[in-house]
Design a protein around this ligand. Structure first.
Ligand SMILES: Cc1ncc(COP(=O)(O)O)c(C=O)c1O
Length: 347
């Protein structure tokens, strides 16, 4: 099934949403960075500039979650569940404020950069209530087990909220079908910009192992593949990235009445720059940050976009991208983490 951009926009408009971002975000040429890494042309889709509370990809995703919360008559959002440098927690707390709702943001103790700095500071300023829960530290290590554990903890908090007379809406994370729709919308926006510039079939490189790439994959396929999508995982996936993305994209397709089955074999998600661990400031991440700064004055965050750019550089070095390719790098934001990482960055 393929759809025109107008038909896809209509399908999306039928899903409840709240306007949160300053959109469209700019699509900016980065000629010196293109030359430095060795691709023919590089454009940066500045989704770090989505506006709300230092922006980033989460703003597009939260538009749909807050739409669902409002449609359900909720007055309180329960979300988070990760460490203090969570972009999701920061933007959810801001989105709830912008939609006139309360937020109970749950934080997991520990992490490499805990406390009231970077995202941790902003989330504390923005949330109605913050709960740092030891029981989240005991979550199973595997992805699905962790989500199930988190869902049980959130459900208990939801019960507490109901007992206090509130109507809670629980967001267990963005890697659920509704979270995918933000980048269906983002891809529609990008496709229009590419059409206006006459750019055909660029590689769209995005730092993701979940909802962000899934949204781009879904929209790109429904629009007849105007782009070649390259996901760049920010954590080691054990080769599971394509399956995670394909499953989410397929599940989300039903939400917009355009059911699609996506074979993971057709999804490109590469984790070769994601080691040795999530959030670790590896040499590759440092090099990516330095190159973007020195060539374009462009800031990347140390956790996500630095990994994506390092992955892009690795693909060029492996000969999988060449000076014949035009690449659009989706800057997914995450910049507040820079402040938390200050000691590591300046050392
Ligand atoms: C700045 C930033 N970039 C990219 C991502 C990747 O998101 P996902 O794998 O959920 O698509 C996240 C989400 O945590 C993020 O905060």
């Amino acid at each position: 099934m393929t759809l025109t951009p107008d038909r896809l926009a209509d399908a999306l408009a039928a899903v409840p949403q709240v306007a949160l971002g300053t959109l469209p975000t700019p699509l900016v040429e980065a000629p010196r960075l293109a030359a430095a890494i060795g691709v023919g042309r590089l454009l940066v889709k500045r989704d770090d500039l989505t506006g709300l509370a230092f922006g980033g990809n989460k703003v597009r995703q939260l538009a749909f979650f807050l739409g669902a919360a409002r449609a359900a008559g909720a007055d309180t959002v329960i979300a988070g569940g990760s460490y203090d440098q969570s972009n999701h927690a920061r933007v959810t707390a801001a989105a709830a404020r912008a939609a006139g709702l309360r937020s109970v943001i749950v934080a997991r103790p520990g992490g490499t950069h805990p406390g009231a700095q970077g995202n941790g500071l902003l989330t504390r300023l923005l949330a109605t209530e913050i709960r740092v829960l030891d029981e989240l530290a005991e979550a199973p290590g595997d992805r699905l087990g962790e989500v199930a554990h988190r869902a049980r903890v959130f459900e208990r908090l939801a019960e507490e909220q109901r007992a206090a007379g509130h109507v809670p809406y629980v967001i267990t994370g963005t890697s659920v079908p509704l979270g995918v729709l933000g980048y269906v919308a983002g891809t529609l926006e990008l496709e229009a910009q590419l059409r206006a510039l006459g750019i055909e079939r660029p590689v769209v490189a995005v730092t993701s192992a979940g909802a962000t790439q899934a949204g781009i994959e879904l929209a790109n396929r429904l629009l007849g593949e105007p782009c070649r999508v390259q996901g760049l995982a920010y954590l080691p996936t054990g080769g599971q990235g394509p399956t995670w993305v394909a499953t989410l994209a397929g599940e989300a397709s039903g939400l917009i009445g355009a059911p699609l089955r996506i074979d993971p074999i057709t999804v490109r998600n590469d984790d070769r720059a994601a080691g040795p661990a999530y959030g670790h400031l590896s040499d590759g991440r440092r090099e990516a940050m330095r190159l973007a700064i020195e060539t374009e004055g462009l800031l990347l965050d140390p956790v996500y976009t630095a990994t994506g750019m390092a992955g892009l550089i690795a693909l060029v070095r492996a000969g999988e991208l060449t000076p014949r390719d035009t690449v659009v790098f989706i800057h997914t934001g995450g910049l507040p983490a820079l402040f938390a990482y200050a000691p590591d960055l300046i050392a």
